[in-house]
Design a binder for this molecule. Structure first.
Ligand code: MLT
Length: 234
């Protein structure tokens, strides 16, 4: 069991946390870490998160067998193979392929956690697999929410609270206690929470409401992707 759990609500707060020697779970429920979880479960060999579309094009040009995915404003970037909808990352599309991914908030959070000793990628799709890994952590655990453009978002905090709630008898910071309370409020209607939160409403407005149903699924897959040396693998 971890010795303590903290939740960091936005990547802009990460510089105030010393992640050295700690385990971090990065989450961006809508939608980056949901998409990454599914891509790994569907056989993608590695996902490399990068900050900008320019970085993505540059890196993919040097790597054979690579798809470029991600979004800006929720929609696929011109010239990319894939957007950021998990529904696009089917086995037929991603199996045995490498993916370079850039998203507005999620890949930024992954980059910001580089100082951590171990980095996992979590979503509702792999909640049980994530918690199973976290239960074995012996040091300090930080759950890093991607938030929305530097601000707080409900859905990532609810996921953080789900992890906290599953790891009882651990010392919690006030942020972790608060995340647990938010999860307890929403656990019986995760889809309702996603439909009601700011980003969920934005995705529905641009015709991506089906993604909310996808992202609300709990324990769809049994993978615990890790970010190691800049690449996310199973
Ligand atoms: C992000 O990283 O900001 C998100 O995944 C945005 C999205 O595609 O919904």
């Amino acid at each position: 069991m971890p010795t303590s759990i903290d939740v960091v609500f936005t990547p802009d707060l990460l510089p105030f946390s010393d992640l050295t020697g700690k385990t971090v779970v990065v989450t961006d429920i809508l939608r980056a870490t949901t998409t990454i979880t599914l891509a790994v479960a569907n056989g993608a060999t590695a996902i490399t998160p990068v900050l900008t579309p320019e970085d993505a094009f540059r890196l993919a040009a040097d790597q054979p067998n690579t798809l470029i995915g991600g979004e800006r404003g929720g929609v696929k970037v011109d010239g990319f193979d894939l957007g950021n909808s998990p529904r696009e990352y089917t086995q037929a599309v991603v199996s045995d392929r490498q993916i370079v991914l850039t998203t507005t908030n999620g890949t930024r959070t992954l980059q910001a956690c580089r100082a951590a000793e171990r980095i996992l990628v979590g979503s509702f799709l792999n909640l049980r697999a994530t918690v199973d890994q976290l239960a074995q952590v012996e040091g300090e655990l930080v759950i890093a929410c991607s938030g929305r453009e530097g601000g707080f978002c409900t859905e990532d905090t609810v996921f953080a609270g789900a992890c906290v709630a599953a790891l009882e008898e651990t010392q919690l910071t006030d942020a972790a206690e608060t995340a647990k309370l938010l999860y307890q409020t929403h656990r019986d209607d995760l889809l309702g929470m996603l439909k009601n939160c700011y980003h969920g409403r934005s995705l529905a407005r641009i015709g991506l409401g089906e993604d909310l149903e996808f992202c609300a699924q709990v324990d769809l897959v049994d993978v615990a992707p890790h970010l190691i040396d800049g690449r996310i693998t199973a």
